[in-house]
Ligand binder design. Structure first.
Ligand code: NAD
Ligand code: UD1
Length: 339
């Protein structure tokens, strides 16, 4: 039995489907702080499989312990966390409390129940990005906002945990920019309020919920002047998680892997590709740079290819097609009308 924390969220829901479709038994824990119960229903509908769902916060120790008592958990895929950079600057204590204390609590409970297999969602935001080089797992680290710092602290905490008890098996996955949706169009990304990230903003412009996309700066030292990122299809990303689970069947240890494609695309590349995939022109206006954005960020995908035997397969066109299918089939996401 695999425990999926944050399984009602964007990445967790796709991972849940992938796990169920590959024959795993799962249980999902999610506080629904940033997601909706509808996504749980969709996972069940899509896979035709049943599983237990607990609307529980990781900080509710007794309830989490109860879950471990009721189910024979072998490994945990830990997605639960708050993820908005801007919000983390305004409410740092919420981020430290939720992300760090939540993970700390989870690890303590896992230890208590002798569950020592963990896949953790980290982020490319932990890299100190300088210049135009593919980021390797050994590249220098340094976050510049509270959200990123919670990821760095958790990574270090997991290393300390392994040093103290070498029976742990831990995989840290550093995601680059996951976009797109399940090819069925039944589950996808459903941000609350105004999207912070590029792809959900584009799809909301395309569906008519927002008038125009703001492109944050076109004076970067890149071929078209807009920032370059490593966009990765959510389906490829969650396949990487199944490879990580398989990796955990090996000897104890702690290992970190990038999950990216190794290719960088600019903001305008993504806008153009989205228009090609959807047939819809995206009106945009160039505005000032967004504080904290780095010009270029893309992964070296070598380590995951060599050690996890995983590599991303879907291209930018498929990412755009699937993101658009989800938005077109679900103009208001999981149904709650948000502005
Ligand atoms: P999401 O907000 O859609 O999903 C996270 C889920 O965790 C939500 O359903 C939320 O309700 C739940 N949650 C939050 N705090 C909780 C708590 N204390 N107890 C129980 N549930 C809680 O976000 P996502 O995009 O699916 O991200 C999943 C993980 O991947 C996060 O840890 C995020 O930081 C990380 N990550 C995401 C991205 C990205 O681009 N989406 C990139 C890098 C890393
Ligand atoms: C953001 C987070 C990062 C997180 C990642 C994945 C910030 C500063 N960084 O990264 O911590 O790990 O998401 O969730 O928020 N853009 C626009 N207009 C928009 C939105 C974005 O031009 O309306 C541009 C940005 O300037 C950037 C690119 O599009 O160049 C991608 O932005 P976004 O999707 O927010 O991802 P990141 O900034 O890479």
């Amino acid at each position: 039995m695999i425990l999926v924390t944050g399984g009602a969220g964007y990445i967790g829901s796709h991972a849940a489907v992938e796990l169920l479709e590959n024959g795993y038994e799962i249980v999902i824990l999610d506080s629904l702080a940033n997601s909706s119960y509808e996504s749980i229903l969709r996972i069940k509908e899509l896979t035709g499989r049943n599983f237990e769902f607990y609307e529980v916060d990781l900080l509710e120790t007794e309830k989490v312990e109860n879950l471990f008592r009721m189910h024979n958990i072998k490994a945990v895929m830990h997605f639960a966390g708050l993820k908005s950079v801007g919000e983390s600057v305004s409410f740092p204590l919420d981020y430290y409390g939720n992300n760090i204390a939540g993970t700390l609590n989870l690890c303590k409970i896992m230890s208590r129940f002798n569950v020592r297999e963990l896949v953790f969602s980290s982020s490319a935001t932990v890299y100190r990005t300088i210049g135009n080089q593919a980021l390797e797992e050994s590249s220098s680290l340094g976050a510049n906002n509270p959200y990123g710092r919670t990821k760095l602290v958790i990574e270090e905490m997991l290393h300390d945990l392994y040093r103290s008890d070498p029976f742990w098996k831990i995989v840290i996955l550093r995601y680059f920019n996951p976009i797109g949706a399940h090819e069925s169009g039944k589950i996808g990304e459903d941000p609350a309020g105004i999207p912070n990230n590029l792809m959900p903003y584009i799809t909301q412009v395309a569906i008519g919920r927002r008038p125009v996309l703001q492109v944050f700066g076109e004076d970067y030292d890149t071929p078209d002047g807009t920032c370059i990122r490593d966009y990765i299809h959510i389906s490829d990303l969650v396949k990487g998680h199944l490879k990580a689970l398989e990796y955990l069947t090996g000897p104890p240890g702690i290992e970190t892997f990038n999950l990216g494609t190794g290719k960088g695309y600019s903001v305008l590349d993504l806008v153009k590709e989205f228009s090609r995939a959807s047939g819809i022109e995206i009106p945009y206006q160039v505005t000032d740079r967004r504080e904290g954005d780095v010009p270029i960020c893309y992964a070296s995908a070598e380590k995951a290819r060599n050690r996890l035997l995983w590599e991303a397969e879907k291209d930018l066109f498929e990412m755009c097609q699937d993101a658009w299918r989800w938005q077109a089939m679900n103009p208001y996401g999981y149904g709650v009308i948000k502005t």
